[in-house]
Design a protein around this ligand. Structure first.
Ligand SMILES: [Zn+2]
Length: 606
């Protein structure tokens, strides 16, 4: 069976609606629902008081109707009583602002009071429901992603650095602290990368992101180890996006099943984006089945903020895309839309059951697909983090968008792999814009090619080591070229930055469609083309990054000026510049793509 269902929030509705819900669920082929994600304030109304009666009734009702439960620990949203009692456990931004409750995800995973409260509610849930017959899966927390810079985090970061590097001298070396007089005399002098006068040290920021990932993983592991003795698999739902400081390839080793949430950002490209995520999740799962824990029912909330309904048939196409990538569950957020609250307009399943129920009934009769591929694409979240640094020669390289374009160009089936995955057995490996390449990976890539593999590298590959230290010419011998100069894109994307009219201004409009842009211009009280580009670029969010995907011109966002040495040029630009080269290395072949080509399809094949 491929499980089918979604997030279910019965605490937002009176009990008579629960009975209607389970009847509808039965008719729609729902086999699994996620319960309790944001229920902390109902489960523990006060520090010394618990109330499980309503959840008892919900779980019994679901079980009585043959519906399994993915039971969440509610630690992603501490109740107001907690934040009032422990204001020091609230997260602090890089600017020094301490956040308060009123939304969700207000916590510092390094605050002892929050750790203690999290483990306490997890223990209570485990003791009460660990043997419940409806229980199929534990769902720890929700979408880990809150980064904090507080005074709990500062000493924890220092301990992480001490554990990672041993002595402060090595931190100075790998962070290149002689630049701008940042040399540290001892660990006590190190702070989180809080707001400072100008650009932060990129290696410092990178290590803080790694530390944040490890700190959240520690929080997850504490709960996992509380829940695991009950014999039911434990996971947490990975949320994808440039803002997430979670190294999912590392985390994937600590979950019993990889579970991801997926929210593509355009209707036009949603199936290609879903296929990439499916192959990525399977890569994190080591080729094993994985779960789609959340996606929006028959709709896409686009990068421009507009939620658009999918055309008829596209919801099924979306589900089939995940299944073709090895999904063992297709789940939605959410079963029934809330009557109020910040996500009351988020699409829900109930109004769409005539379209969704046939999907569920179909999946109930099927088993997860086992995907076999001889071609692989490398996707490294830490390289994505590195590409986000504001100190780079251009802010317009969207690593994930570039990698997705190569994935689409390769065509199915493709395994999307983290950098540590074995490469043996693949006839083709593509590694687009792989910014950070540790020495061990350099060695493995060479061995892969020497043994007969075909490797495709592109502009922006191997720019630095894992500490953001430049490694000029690192791939020159492998590619049979010399990279003479990096030339970040100079045109087209200007509109995103300065909002000028004309061709560049159009590029600033993310999707180039005038109708919706006009709406945005009005809403944001800005008129005309320039206003739209300017408005979007003001947001330092992932959407802003999305606006950087436009690649007008022959070279896109980047061109490496290269001198072929032993390599053969197989594509020139209209100016006669070498754009694609091929080089025999050992028994294999290395192809180097020096520019951000609009269509890399011809170079994405063996
Ligand atoms: Zn903190």
């Amino acid at each position: 069976m491929i499980r089918f269902g979604g997030d279910y929030n019965p605490e937002q509705w009176p009990p008579h609606v629960w009975r209607e819900d389970v009847a509808l669920m039965r008719s729609a082929g729902i086999s699994l629902v996620t319960v309790g994600v944001f229920s902390w304030s109902r489960l523990q109304p006060a520090e010394d008081r618990f109330d499980f009666a309503w959840l008892d009734e919900v779980l019994d009702l679901l079980h009585g109707n043959g519906i399994g439960v993915c039971l969440a620990t509610p630690t992603a949203s501490p109740p107001p009583w907690f934040t009032r009692a422990h204001p020091g456990a609230m997260p602090v931004t890089a600017d020094g602002v301490r956040l308060t409750h009123g939304s969700r995800d207000t916590y510092c995973v390094n605050a002892p009071e929050y750790q203690e409260a999290s483990n306490r509610i997890a223990n209570e849930l485990a003791a009460r429901y660990g043997q419940h017959p409806a229980l199929r899966l534990w769902h720890v927390h929700n979408e880990y992603g809150t980064t904090c810079y507080c005074d709990h985090c500062a000493p924890a970061f220092r301990r992480w650095l001490s554990h990672t590097y041993g002595e402060i001298g090595l931190v100075n070396e790998v962070w290149c602290t002689d630049f701008w007089s940042q040399r540290y005399g001892c660990f006590d002098e190190v702070l989180p990368p809080r707001a400072t006068q100008y650009l932060s040290n990129p290696a410092h920021v990178l290590d803080y992101r790694r530390f944040s990932s490890d700190a959240m993983l520690t929080h997850y592991l504490a709960q996992r180890d509380i829940l695991r003795p009950y014999g039911v698999p434990v996971t947490t739902n990975f949320v994808l996006g440039g803002w997430v400081p979670v190294d999912h390839a590392r985390w994937a080793r600590e979950v019993d099943v990889v579970a991801v949430d997926d929210y593509p950002e355009s209707v036009e490209g949603h199936l290609a984006a879903r296929a990439f995520v499916a192959d990525l999740a399977r890569g994190w799962a080591g080729g094993q089945p994985w779960m789609l824990m959340e996606h929006a029912p028959a709709a896409v909330r686009q990068a421009d903020g507009v939620t658009r309904a999918l055309p008829a048939g596209e919801a099924r196409a979306a589900a089939e895309t995940y299944v073709a990538g090895g999904a063992s569950a297709v789940m939605y957020f959410q079963w029934r839309a809330g009557r109020g609250g910040a996500e009351q307009w988020h699409p829900a399943m109930v109004p769409l059951l005539s379209e969704l129920a046939p999907i569920g009934r179909s999946l109930a009769t099927r088993t997860p697909v086992r995907v076999e591929s001889t071609r692989a694409l490398i996707y490294d979240e830490q390289s994505m983090w590195a590409w986000q640094s504001p100190h780079l020669p251009t802010p317009f390289v969207d690593y994930t968008a570039i990698t997705r374009r190569w994935h689409h160009a390769m065509g199915p089936p493709v395994d999307v792999l983290p950098i540590g995955a074995p490469l043996e057995g693949y006839s083709l490996v593509v590694a687009p814009a792989l910014h950070m390449v540790p020495a061990a990976l350099h060695k493995r890539l060479r061995s892969y090619v020497a043994d007969g593999g075909t490797l495709v590298l592109t502009f922006g590959s191997g720019l630095t080591d894992e500490h953001s230290r430049t490694t000029p010419g690192a791939f020159d011998d492998l590619c049979g070229i010399r990279v003479a100069r990096h030339r970040p894109g100079e045109c087209g994307v200007r509109g995103v930055r300065d909002g000028r009219s004309g061709e560049c201004g159009v590029c600033g409009v993310r999707d180039g469609r005038s109708g919706e842009c006009g709406v945005r211009g009005v809403r944001d009280d800005r008129s005309g083309e320039c206003g739209v580009g300017g408005v979007r670029d003001d947001h330092p969010s992932e959407r802003g990054v999305g606006a950087k995907q436009h690649r007008p011109g022959e070279y896109g966002v980047w061109l490496d000026e290269i001198d072929p040495q032993d390599a053969t040029v197989v594509l020139h630009s209209s100016e006669g510049r070498p754009l694609v080269t091929e080089h025999r290395y050992g028994r294999g072949l290395v192809r180097y793509v020096a520019a951000d080509l609009p269509d890399p399809t011809p170079w994405a094949r063996s």
